[in-house]
Design a protein around this ligand. Structure first.
Ligand code: C2E
Ligand code: CA
Ligand code: CA
Ligand code: CA
Length: 271
């Protein structure tokens, strides 16, 4: 580790992650991390801007590695996708969230919809649906509370497998949303071919909405005519919220309302 310039963070004696350490993230270290319970989920509220109600929450994975410190999700998800560890990681994430939802339902919390990010690599696996069904049998939760978020920029190959999987998932009662909407290339054709219930406007468009709101306006018009739900992501200030709110019905996810929260924080503040 010395050669990677590992620094211990004084306060909690926790290693500080540096970009050099990226070389140390491997499929195996991710799998080990799961085994040693270093990975866990946090939840970011999605708020209806007109009444302040929580209408959903996105589950996001975190990895606090003993060896590497806090590893940014974008980085280890990419490596998991490249190495194939995403299958095990993805299954872990689905089970963790279902397990948590069952706990909340048992405590009779009136929880909103919970979204789970699904990697396109998982969707290309023909056993994906079987795993989801197995977990739906194992945990006693309402399927209409589950949303799967998929990104639109997946490879054109294996489209058949992806759409077959999504149709089965959708028939089981799980809603499918397109994540990072507007960023990819063939979003419009996906909307037509796949059972999509909603879109999440990419943070990139929200970032410069005060200078230019044309793209977001277009997304709202499209969503209204196709009867899709809209989530605006990465909303950080009142100005952005006000512009978005005027465009139509939507929910807002962003630091303006809340960062992703631990289960405990979420229960204290929202459930
Ligand atoms: P994403 O799916 O687009 O998730 C939204 C990201 O935006 C999250 O970052 C969230 O913390 C961040 N975010 C939300 N609101 C704001 C805001 O107002 N300002 C700023 N600056 N950021 C905001 P996070 O948790 O670091 O995740 C990054 C990406 O890693 C995710 O992007 C997703 O692609 C991937 N990821 C995270 N968790 C999972 C997971 O459980 N499974 C899979 N397959 N991918 C995941
Ligand atoms: Ca997402
Ligand atoms: Ca997103
Ligand atoms: Ca993303």
């Amino acid at each position: 580790l010395a050669m990677y310039n590992v620094k211990k963070n004084g306060r909690n004696n926790f290693i500080e992650y540096t970009s050099d350490m990226k070389k140390l993230i491997t499929g195996i270290s991710i799998t080990e991390g799961i085994k040693y319970k270093e990975l866990y989920m946090v939840y970011q509220p999605q708020i209806n801007p007109t009444n302040g109600n929580i209408e959903g929450m996105e589950s996001l994975v975190r990895w606090k590695s003993k060896l590497l410190g806090f590893v940014p999700p974008n980085e280890f998800i990419n490596i998991a996708e490249e190495t194939g560890a995403i299958h095990e990681l993805g299954e872990f994430i689905i089970e963790e969230v279902f397990k948590q939802m069952e706990i909340w339902e048992k405590k009779q919390f009136n929880i909103p919809k919970v979204s789970i990010n699904i990697s396109p690599i998982q969707l290309m696996n023909k056993n994906f649906c079987n795993y989801v069904k197995e977990m739906l049998n194992k945990y006693n939760i309402s399927t209409n509370k589950i949303v799967f978020e998929i990104t639109e920029n997946f490879a054109i190959e294996n489209q058949k497998q992806i759409s077959d999987n999504l149709n089965i998932i959708n028939k089981a009662g799980i809603d499918i949303y397109l994540d990072d909407f507007g960023k990819g290339y063939s979003a419009l054709s996906y909307l037509e071919k796949l059972p999509i219930r909603g879109v999440k406007i990419d943070k990139k468009f929200v970032d410069y909405i005060c200078q230019n709101d044309k793209i977001i306006k277009m997304i709202f018009t499209l969503a209204q005519s196709l009867n899709l739900k809209v989530v605006a992501e990465g909303v950080e200030n009142e100005g952005q919220k006000e512009i978005i709110q005027q465009m139509g019905e939507c929910v807002i996810q962003g630091y303006l309302y809340s960062k992703p929260l631990s289960v405990k924080e979420l229960e204290d503040k929202y459930l």
